[in-house]
Design a protein around this ligand. Structure first.
Ligand code: F0G
Length: 461
């Protein structure tokens, strides 16, 4: 999808939800009361909600009608069979264990695969992924390519794993101390950047050479497949389902947050090829989630998930989805706003340090931008930077990530481009009025323990 092409929207609205914009004084009052943390706002405080693309998509009429077919039997429900069959058809894995969302899949998988002091190298792990690896007493090691650590440069696959770094990790710790290799497609924390098929192939070869399993965090697998088709030589004439099949053909298992690329409000799964692994996953799945044919999902949800998997690999859907995000990012660029390039699949990421060049890096510029954007337009974005990354588990020191980003996450099939034009205009106003003139940022008022970005409060310096 190139910018000058027409965007063809392959759906129209049949049901709408009212939203409204609070007056400015009220917005200022509410964000102050929320301690400058947008997670602490009510959804009714927010006009346009770009906090996440997780569970926020609009379901289709087909998904809604399938939900009525949900079989709510505790064991062996027909809806589970339907979902397992669809996972097999779309991803190629014969065994599926439903869970209530992505992090539950991480918990169950890591319980089985990680022994104390084992390592899980990969491209930038999502925060719950890293936390679950640590909970299982393992350590995540970020082996993303150097290009993925910069907000500049147009390298098309910034989510790629640096194979040389991966090799060094395996050499240093020894293959028997590596639990598995994890590739997150697309790489969320790195800016929604895709991973190329060539890179997946290379990582697979290295994994096989050392007898290591390769696991995908598949939350945004279809968007990744679209980027491969759009950007990687040799894939232009392949269909999205073919590309998806090839990608997953290199993996042994995946965890899935179905709230993203299965377009359901709630759900997830672990899928794998090996029956022995499947058997080992069943017990922790039962303990943590529920019987292994529902795992925290209702029959109706499993039906909707299966239908969502069919819809998400539709090329017309993906062309519009990725095209809308790109066009929104390009609009911001045309205003001079520093966004991560190339523009990712599910979100546009603003470089907080460049947006507020005079705010010191340790005064949370991206978190500051989220607060200012809410004040200006009632828009909720989310920080993916210093606040989210947190502290080093060994030293307790604040980690200074290479990028401090404000993420504008686009829910699937929800907002029109006019909504996004409104957002872009609000960002432009903050940029022009405050970008250069703000010299101080914010600091913690109360820093929450553990994953701190949900409930910590901040104050202006
Ligand atoms: N992996 C990735 C790449 C994710 O982006 C997420 C969630 C998860 C795993 C965990 O899945 O939320 O279903 O438990 N990301 C959301 C986000 C929360 O806003 O990016 P979950």
């Amino acid at each position: 999808m190139r910018s000058r092409e027409r965007l063809v929207i392959p759906y129209r609205s049949k049901v709408v939800e009212p939203i409204s914009l609070l007056p400015r004084e009220e917005r200022l009052r509410r964000i102050e009361a929320a301690g400058l943390n947008v997670f602490r706002l009510r959804s009714s405080d927010v006009y346009i909600d770009l906090l996440t693309d997780s569970g926020t998509g609009a379901i289709s009429s087909s998904q809604l009608s399938r939900a009525m077919l949900g079989d709510e039997s505790y064991a062996g429900s027909r809806s589970f069979e339907e979902m397992q069959q669809q996972v097999k058809e779309t991803l190629g894995f014969p065994f599926t264990i439903p869970v209530h969302q992505g992090r539950a899949a991480e918990q169950v998988l890591n319980y089985v695969m990680i022994r104390r002091h084992m390592f899980v190298p990969g491209n930038t792990h999502f925060d719950t992924t890293k936390a679950h690896i640590e909970l299982a007493e393992g350590r995540a090691i970020d082996c993303t390519i150097d290009a993925g650590r910069s907000s500049e440069g147009t390298y098309p696959f910034k989510g790629n794993v640096a194979v040389s770094k991966l090799e060094r990790v395996i050499e240093k710790y020894g293959a028997r101390h590596i639990a598995y290799i994890l590739i997150t497609i697309t790489c969320n924390s790195g800016g929604g950047q895709p991973v190329s098929m060539q890179n997946i192939r290379d990582v697979r070869a290295l994994a096989s050479a050392h007898g290591l399993p390769l696991v995908f965090d598949a939350a945004r697998f279809a968007e990744n497949a679209y980027f491969i088709k759009d950007r990687e030589p040799g894939y232009q004439n392949k269909s999205i389902p073919e590309i998806v099949h090839e990608m997953f053909g290199y993996a042994d298992a995946c965890t899935m947050s179905a709230k993203k690329d299965a377009i359901v409000p709630m759900g997830g799964f672990i899928a794998c090829r090996d029956e022995e692994l499947y058997e080992r996953l069943k017990t922790p799945a039962i303990i943590f989630e529920g019987y292994f044919t529902y795992g925290g999902m209702s029959g109706a949800d499993m039906e909707m998930l299966a239908q969502g998997l069919r819809e998400v690999v539709d090329e017309a859907y993906l062309t519009y989805r990725v095209g809308q995000v790109r066009r929104f990012g390009e609009l911001l660029q045309s205003y001079g706003v520093p966004v991560v390039e190339p523009i990712g699949g599910h979100a546009v990421f603003i470089d907080g340090r460049k947006f507020f060049p005079n705010v010191p890096e340790d005064e949370f510029p991206a978190q500051l931008l989220c607060a200012e954007l809410y004040k200006e337009g009632g828009v909720r974005a989310v920080e993916v930077g210093s606040v989210l990354v947190g502290r080093d588990p060994d030293t307790g020191e604040n980690i200074r990530p290479s990028l401090d980003l404000c993420r504008l996450t686009i829910p699937r099939r929800v907002y029109t481009f006019e909504h996004l034009e409104y957002v872009a205009d609000a960002i432009r106003t903050v940029f022009e009025e405050k970008g250069k003139s703000m010299k101080r940022g914010i600091c913690f008022d109360q820093e929450a323990e553990g994953i701190r970005h949900f409930s910590s409060t901040f104050r202006y310096l």
